[in-house]
Ligand binder design. Structure first.
Ligand code: ADP
Length: 495
């Protein structure tokens, strides 16, 4: 098999002199600094982008303030129509966007098509439906009147204002579209800051946003390194931060937002998500479950399973079957449709995984499969299975964000619950069993923002998603995001 041919539109886009997207058009950055975007599959430079400066950020926020003035007064039905048109345009440009995404992130082309574009378009349509359903309440005030006067009260849900959307590299297109959709459907405007590793699709999507009918300033994109995100968070013209990324950066962002002027922040961070198999689960189902939880997109998913707890009586055959299955994966170029396992997204990440493998070895963990980097200039890392010795081992506590499943056996259910919950994080977890009654009894005892039963990783726009403990603040999806992107105004009247 071989790589698919790149569309002429993709080659033409890559060859452009990339700027920023401000006030409805591509503009040159006022900074001279440029950053190189690499294809992690082969290490080749594919584009140069602007490393924006404070003047660029000022300009983008200024544009977003003007955009907010007009977009927040656009009728909910008209806002919904624009988002629906954008979803149609995403689908019309599916292959172009998927190819760009694969080139910048190393994601398998099939995953780029299915998740970054098709599923993202589905999310966009779901959010569009909310534009016309944002409501307040009428309230009968509770205190008795003094002299026969009457009171009435109601609440309004008003858009919070200009949103800074800070996006990571793992699902650079889809996560940006979630943020954009939450902001725009509620009547906010947004300045998006993509990861410096994966900025290309957003620059293209911003153009499609204008084509869909967004007014100038409703959606802006500024590219660059972390300092650009920091400047946005601290900017006096920003009313809200929606951040997805690592725990340390997320904590810094939350603190900076609060410190700046109590700027609202939704933080969707990582974790060390637990996956628990009860002894009744069959071998094949367990192997499928581990691959779904830990190896989809090479584990580069914030909700991916990282800590795997298996009943001691089942451990050995399960690990043997898992290693055998991983050994059959076809590893190769993400642009080849036959590839089942591609590179990780960038060099620093590949290096971090190498260091974690060294730590596992130093701590005496058994590496049962993988545990090495691939040869050559691409950012390949073997799918890896590790058997830890005890709960305090690094690989059971530090997020790898990679294709690494670390196992620990348990003997009793109480011990299992203790192991699952003994973590400072709580983004997701999954429980695998055929005993539904047992599952229902365990569900309230497991600490996670999202708990899957007999599945892992699937996100749905109708189901709220977000972390507890150090995995974040706030919720995306469902109706829950509306609380985060609007302010509640109470109105009380005397008559
Ligand atoms: P990763 O890139 O490993 O997912 P990060 O949390 O460092 O993790 O990055 C997520 C996003 O946050 C990226 O767009 C990055 O440029 C941005 N970023 C990094 N540092 C800061 C910061 N101090 N303030 C705001 N954004 C930042």
């Amino acid at each position: 098999m071989s790589d698919i041919a790149l569309l002429p539109a993709v080659s033409a886009f890559l060859a452009r002199d990339h700027g920023l997207y401000i006030h409805g058009e591509q503009v040159a950055s006022q900074a001279s600094a440029r950053l190189t975007v690499h294809n992690p599959a082969n290490g080749q430079a594919i584009a140069q982008i602007a490393d924006a400066n404070q003047a660029d950020v000022d300009r983008a926020v200024d544009s977003a303030r003007q955009g907010f003035a007009s977009w927040s007064r656009t009728s909910p039905a008209a806002r919904a129509r624009v988002l629906l048109r954008l979803a149609d345009l995403l689908e019309a440009h599916r292959e172009e966007l998927a190819q760009l995404e694969t080139l910048q992130s190393g994601k398998l082309i099939g995953i780029a098509r299915a998740f970054e574009v098709e599923q993202a378009a589905h999310f966009l349509r779901y959010y569009a439906g909310w534009a016309t359903k944002i409501t307040g309440q009428t309230i009968t005030p509770s205190l008795p009147s003094f002299a026969g006067e009457r009171y009435s009260a109601f609440t309004l849900r008003e858009p919070v204002g200009v949103v800074a959307g800070i996006v990571p590299w793992n699902f650079a297109t889809m996560i940006a579209l979630w943020k954009l959709a939450s902001a725009l459907t509620t009547g906010c405007s947004i300045v998006l800051k993509p990861s410096e590793f994966t900025p290309l699709t957003l620059l293209r999507i911003a153009e499609l946003g204008s084509e869909a009918g967004l007014p100038p300033g409703a959606l802006n994109v500024v590219t660059g390194a972390g300092h650009v995100g920091k400047a946005l968070v601290e900017h006096p013209g920003t009313d809200k931060v929606s951040f997805t990324g690592s725990v340390p950066t997320g904590i810094a962002v939350g603190q900076a937002a609060m410190g700046a002027k109590l700027t609202r922040a939704t933080l969707e961070l990582g974790g060390k998500n637990a996956v628990a198999f009860l002894p009744d689960v069959g071998l094949d189902k367990a192997v499928d479950g581990i691959i779904e939880a830990g190896f989809l997109h090479s584990g580069q998913i914030c909700a991916a399973g990282e800590r795997f707890y298996v009943h001691r009586s089942r451990l050995e055959p399960l690990l043997e079957a898992l290693c055998q299955r991983l050994g059959q994966l076809r590893i190769g170029s993400p642009l080849d449709e036959a590839t089942q396992f591609g590179p990780v997204a960038n060099k620093p990440h590949q290096q971090k995984l190498a260091e974690l493998f060294a730590t596992a070895r130093a701590e005496g963990n058994r590496i049962l499969h993988g545990g090495r980097l691939g040869d050559g200039p691409g950012c390949f890392v073997e799918p890896t299975v590790i058997l830890a010795n005890q709960a305090s081992d690094t690989l059971l506590n530090q997020e790898t964000f990679g294709p690494v499943a670390t196992f620990l056996p348990y003997d009793h259910e109480d011990e299992l619950l203790h192991l699952m919950n003994a973590s400072p994080y709580g983004l997701s977890a999954s429980l695998w069993t055929n005993d539904l009654a047992k599952a229902m009894r365990l569900i309230p005892q497991i600490q996670a923002g999202t708990l899957w039963v007999n599945m892992h990783t699937l996100l749905d726009p109708a189901v709220p998603f977000g972390g507890i403990k150090a995995s974040g603040i706030g919720r995306e999806f469902g109706s829950a995001f509306i609380d985060d992107f609007t302010e509640l105004k109470s109105v009380m009247m005397r008559y």
